[in-house]
Design a protein around this ligand. Structure first.
Ligand SMILES: Nc1ncnc2c1ncn2[C@@H]1O[C@H](COP(=O)(O)OP(=O)(O)OP(=O)(O)O)[C@@H](O)[C@H]1O
Length: 253
């Protein structure tokens, strides 16, 4: 599926503060951004620039203080908790740096869990086929501790694939992986975008991972300061270094 004009997720004037009084930190400061349907966006920026906060607000895990977050046409900023939970279940998948698999369940049980919790019937064959598609057809009965980090992340991606969420939020999905496992995971994410038209929003510190996305957003001090389409890993690394230098000079001034 090609990217359309409709954004899967839109943020309009989003601000988010943590703490109060003297301890107040503005984590997001008037963020306006569209994540187009069927596209993969990487979010980068120095430590503390607001990347995770952006991801959490966009996914409805945290509520923006002001502004609007529109998820597939529904304004979620002020949605009641129950409606938000239902929307998240139906529309969103997550992949985290630490995999978030359930240790007592096998790979196939982990993959099936979100659908089973949602009351959706899913055949063992479909689960096995998904595990096979991430190269783990022979690991279906293994538990997470019997798998390498790269294999565990592929189970987490299979779990996100089988439910086919229109929007996948990934927080440092390659952060705990060596470069060859990271490559496999990035190739799988690319397949999700090109083969099934899913939308991916991915926070990363890794310029190589960011350069696999369709576009890269750069945050600094809670604001979007740049956006690049299909930059090389070197371009990304240079842009990030420029932002980190800017912040250092800002602190020293
Ligand atoms: N729960 C919280 N309570 C107080 N301050 C917070 C909280 N979460 C985040 N912050 C602050 O908000 C700002 C943005 O944090 P955020 O985690 O979004 O940054 P980040 O870019 O993801 O950082 P990193 O790359 O280090 O993970 C930081 O200054 C952080 O200290």
């Amino acid at each position: 599926m090609l990217a359309t004009d409709h954004a899967a997720v839109e943020l309009r004037g989003v601000t988010k503060d943590y703490g109060r009084g003297q301890a107040r930190v503005r984590a997001l400061d008037g963020v306006d951004v569209d994540f187009p349907t069927g596209s993969w966006t990487a979010v980068m920026g120095p430590s503390g620039s607001g990347k995770s906060t952006l991801l959490h607000c966009a996914a409805g895990l945290e509520r923006a203080d002001t502004g609007q977050v529109v998820l597939r046409g529904t304004e979620i900023t002020r949605a009641p908790d129950a409606a938000l939970t239902e929307l998240r279940r139906a529309d969103i998948g997550f992949v985290f740096q630490n995999f978030n698999l359930i240790g007592s369940l096998t790979a196939e049980q982990n993959v099936a869990l979100p659908l089973r919790l949602a009351g959706v019937r899913v055949s063992k064959r479909e689960i096995r086929a998904t595990l096979t598609s991430v190269g783990l057809g022979d690991r279906a009965r293994h538990r997470p501790r019997e798998l390498s980090g790269g294999q565990q992340q592929r189970v987490a991606i299979a779990r996100a694939m089988v439910a086919r969420p229109p929007v996948l939020f990934a927080d440092e999905p390659t952060g705990a992986l060596d470069s060859s496992s990271a490559r496999v995971v990035l190739d799988l994410l690319r397949e999700m975008v090109t083969d099934t038209g899913q939308t991916i929003v991915m926070v990363t510190h890794d310029p190589l991972a960011a350069s696999s996305a369709d576009s890269v957003l750069f945050l600094s001090d809670g604001r979007i300061v740049d956006r690049a389409a299909r930059p090389s890993a070197k371009d990304v690394a240079d842009m990030l270094a420029g932002l980190e230098d800017g912040e250092r000079h800002g602190r020293e001034a």
